[in-house]
Design a protein. Structure first.
Lengths: 153, 733
């Protein structure tokens, strides 16, 4: 089936019940999107579908149309230039890094809708799990990304 | 039975490992004073750069490659070790890159890089000396090469930021320009090397950014779970839900026709795997595979039977008397007042974000794997055993881990499984990935225990005696049962030890009796970030608040009195009390709790600020965390570890529980094994109280004060102590 991933149309050999996560990782070769729980709990597999953050482990590819725009961490911005990626580097957020693709996708989706989120907004939107416990730096970096984006605008 | 890494290496090297065979990369060692290293003076120079010794390679383009033997799992050891080497090397930090050392290469070089195992918060503290000497030796060789070129005494040249100068003549050169000549210089005697005074550090000791962040931001970092060697097959596994149970039978015909399925493999007595073209196909087939389990005697166990078993340890006449000074029982019995409490903590899974996985490729004469491991040499041993090939024909590739926390050390169950499966597909890489459900239900859990504490108080509110009896499962008994057959397992009393250093009890009571009653279960146990300091910190530090309350004393003042003989413990406690404003008013409804404890050679203390909603929900607002880890290699990364320990420790305190039902773990994924998320993360303030005269751990020490300080704040808020973890089992409203 055809999927629009990071701006290009990809023809993937998958059955409709295949979760988007595994189509991305095993067919499209995009391994930046991570498997963490398989039940939409942890958010490591977060991607954007038409600008909305979605947990790809629980999105069967059969539910997608070829017009749906899927963006993964690899396609978020050229050369890690998204304000969220810049802020993450500035604040030195990641520890092991495994959940960070998902955290960055969740944060970028939040900022696209809410350019100046409050702490409460961040609490509500950033529900991905990080076992290393980088939450405090993620919070700082989301605020910082908002500043970077504002300065650029 | 699971063996320790040391067992593995010892047994494998006795049987198979031939020292000196296949010395990878030619002459490697410089003769540094490192464990098991043998002096060699040969150097290797090629396009990859000039290898000055096992730790340092300088390239003509001025890049300095620093070799890292320890595992990086998020804890920042890679950056910290590089800082220590770079400090002594005197190079330009912006030109530093790191290279992982593989265990095959280490063994072939007679362990020139020393120990690779990364647990017990020892990644830096037990290798700092020899890696710094490596950096210093390389600097001395570079300076000597420049001095030789100029025909001047080496004492007249200086080196800084990768530039060597001869001030007298105004000449200068760079590390990259002289590296080739430096590689031919006779290395200095390690004993002659004088290391820098940490007070003069300019690279180490600084809050530098991590070296390993960039590829974590764009999805390009390759964790082991991401590797895709050509021809890759994938495996999903089903392990007997009851520990100790076996596979009775399975019906391969029911899944043989499913899309992509190649084969069903019986991995060992207790596990079956499905191998398919993709992991999704393998997982679907594994879910559909009818398996009959022979559950075994473990099936009769439940949380209730285990609790009763542990209680028998609290009540037994006999236990291992670890410390018995004065007659505490008599002192307590003769006291006008007695305080007594029984606490309990559950089994806990690690739940690393990257699930267990290993990709193995085994051919007739070579085995290799890609695996997230805290102990690459244990992985090598597991690969060798499972593949049947000698260590010298095995190699473990070094992908960084998506979290470790103690789960991926000596056990290497998943590496054995992957190698066993891959053996059935010669020359073909097979990637085994566990589901999260397999991960939660087949861990080596933080051991379960109960603790009874009794204290006597005199008329003035002074403690006359302290009796602590812990009853619970022993990690050592699981890892190596013969070693503690008599139950004398001091490790389960971690944090209550008498001797200074590692995990010393800070309090001095007039009389004391510390006991351990070993009560094992069929559930596998192992180290879990902070190991036994977690439970023991809760028991002792929450009980100290109960004693303070009974004595009508302030919890901080009571602790100060009994810590008087241990000024290092006291100093960290005082630091957090001051920073948190202990004794000053709190916002309405907010209550404080305090705790201190010690582990991994470091001293920790915390003040928690907590409120409780009318519905009984706990909100932790602020954690002031104090740490004296001796030398501070990177204050920013130390703070990151302390912040992380709050999330990990708070997850355990609030939610963490693996209960046992019909012999199996009842929880299976993050919906029923919840962990702290952003909204529950308190503000963490880190107070570093460094001493410049020892090297303490960082990754684990502070976790042991997180839960007790929070529980003590709840006690202050509700007037009732919380004695059974996790909190979600307690009614607070």
């Amino acid at each position: 089936m055809k999927l629009n991933i990071n701006g290009s149309t990809r023809e993937l050999d998958v059955e409709p019940d295949t979760p988007l996560l595994w189509a991305l990782r095993e067919q499209a070769g995009l391994t930046g999107t991570k498997f963490g729980c398989g039940v939409a709990q942890c958010g490591s597999c977060s991607v954007h579908i038409n600008g909305e953050v979605r947990r790809s482990c629980s999105v069967p590819v059969g539910s997608l149309k070829d017009s749906d725009r899927i963006v993964t961490i690899e396609g978020l911005a050229p050369a890690a230039s998204h304000p969220v990626q810049k802020a993450w580097a500035e604040v030195d957020v990641p520890q092991c890094g495994y959940c960070q693709s998902g955290q960055i996708m969740a944060a970028s989706a939040l900022l696209a809708k809410n350019p100046a989120p409050s702490d409460a907004d961040i609490d509500a939107a950033m529900t991905n799990i990080c076992r290393c416990g980088t939450y405090q730096r993620i919070r700082t970096a989301v605020h910082r990304a908002a500043e970077i984006a504002k300065a650029k605008a | 039975m699971t063996k320790t890494f040391e067992d593995d290496i010892a047994s494998v090297s006795r049987r198979r490992f031939i020292v000196g065979s296949a010395a990878a990369g030619g002459g490697l060692a410089l003769g540094l004073h490192v464990p098991f290293a043998e002096a060699q003076s040969a150097s290797a120079t090629n396009a990859a750069g000039c290898e000055l010794n096992v730790w340092v390679v300088v390239r003509p383009d001025e890049t300095c490659a620093i070799r890292i033997a320890r595992a990086e799992m998020g804890q920042g050891t890679l950056t910290g070790l590089a800082q220590l080497v770079a400090e002594e090397l005197g190079c330009d930090w912006s030109r530093v890159v790191t290279e992982p050392v593989t265990p095959g290469r280490n063994l072939a070089s007679k362990r020139a890089w020393g120990e690779m195992g990364t647990g017990g918060s020892r990644g830096i503290r037990t290798s700092e000396d020899y890696v710094r000497r490596g950096g210093a030796a390389a600097r001395m060789m570079l300076m000597q090469a420049a001095a030789d070129q100029w025909g001047v005494p080496v004492g007249e040249v200086k080196a800084s930021k990768g530039v060597i100068t001869h001030p007298a003549s105004g000449r200068s050169t760079t590390y990259g320009k002289v590296c080739d000549a430096a590689a031919k210089v006779t290395p200095p005697d390690p004993k002659s090397i004088k290391l820098k005074d940490p007070r003069e550090w300019t690279i180490a000791g600084q809050p530098l950014k991590r070296l390993d962040t960039a590829d974590k931001l764009d999805g390009s970092k390759q964790f082991a779970i991401d590797v895709r060697p050509p021809g890759l097959l994938n495996a999903a596994i089903k392990q007997c839900p009851v520990f100790g149970g076996k596979v009775a039978s399975y019906d391969e015909s029911k899944v043989a026709g499913m899309k992509g399925v190649k084969k069903v493999v019986k991995v060992d007595d207790s596990a079956v795997a499905v191998v398919a073209d993709t992991w999704w196909h393998a997982k679907k087939a594994a879910d559909a595979l009818p398996i009959v389990w022979e559950e075994g005697e473990g099936a009769g166990a439940s949380s209730a039977t285990i609790a009763a078993h542990l209680k028998s340890g609290l009540d037994a006449d006999n236990a291992f008397k670890y410390r018995d000074e004065g007659d505490a029982l008599r002192a307590i019995a003769g006291s006008p007042r007695k305080v007594e409490a029984v606490y309990s903590t559950p089994f806990l899974a690690h739940a690393t974000m990257e699930p267990m996985n290993c990709t193995a490729r085994i051919s007739k004469d070579r085995a290799e794997c890609w695996v997230p491991t805290q102990n690459a040499e244990a992985s090598l041993a597991a690969l060798s055993e499972a593949s049947g090939l000698p260590l010298a024909q095995c190699e473990v590739h070094r992908n960084d881990l998506g979290g470790g926390f103690g789960r991926r050390g000596g056990n290497q169950d998943y590496t054995r499984q992957a190698a066993t499966i891959a053996k059935q597909f010669p020359d073909t890489p097979v990637k085994l990935i566990w589901t999260r459900e397999e991960d939660i239900q087949h861990d080596f859990y933080r051991p379960i225990s109960q603790c009874r504490l009794t204290a006597g108080l005199d008329d003035k509110g002074n403690v006359t005696g302290m009796h602590v009896r812990i009853s619970g499962q022993s990690i050592n008994a699981f890892v190596n049962p013969a070693s503690i057959a008599d139950g004398k397992d001091k490790r389960q009393l971690q944090g209550l030890w008498t001797e200074p250093g590692d995990a010393q009890l800070g309090y001095t009571f007039p009389t004391i009796l510390l006991e351990y009653a070993m009560r094992n279960t069929h559930v596998p146990v192992g180290p879990w970030r902070g190991v036994n300091t977690n439970q023991n910190g809760i028991y002792l530090e929450c009980f100290m608040d109960e004693v303070a309350k009974a004595a009508g004393r302030d919890p901080l003042e009571l602790r100060r009195q009994y810590l008087a003989n241990h000024p290092r413990h006291l100093r960290v406690l005082n630091a957090v009390a001051e920073k948190a404003g202990w004794g000053t008013p709190t916002p309405k409804g907010v209550h404080r709790g305090i705790a201190q404890f010690m582990g991994y050679f470091s001293y920790s203390a915390a003040v928690a600020e907590v409120s409780i909603t009318p519905e009984g929900k706990v909100k932790v607002h602020r954690m002031v965390m104090g740490l004296d880890c001796g030398h501070t290699v990177n204050p920013s990364q130390i703070a990151a570890q302390v912040e992380g320990s709050v999330a990990y420790g708070l997850s355990a305190a609030l939610y963490g529980e693996c209960s046992v039902d019909k012999g199996r773990i009842a929880q299976s994924n993050f919906h029923d094994y919840p962990v702290v998320r952003m909204a529950e993360m308190p503000k963490v303030e880190v107070v570093l109280v460094p001493s410049l005269d020892f090297w303490g751990g960082v990754g684990e020490p502070t976790i042991c004060v997180v839960a007790p300080s929070v529980l003590n704040a709840i006690h202050a808020a509700t007037g009732k102590p919380v004695r059974d973890l996790p909190l979600r089992s307690s009614r607070l409203a």
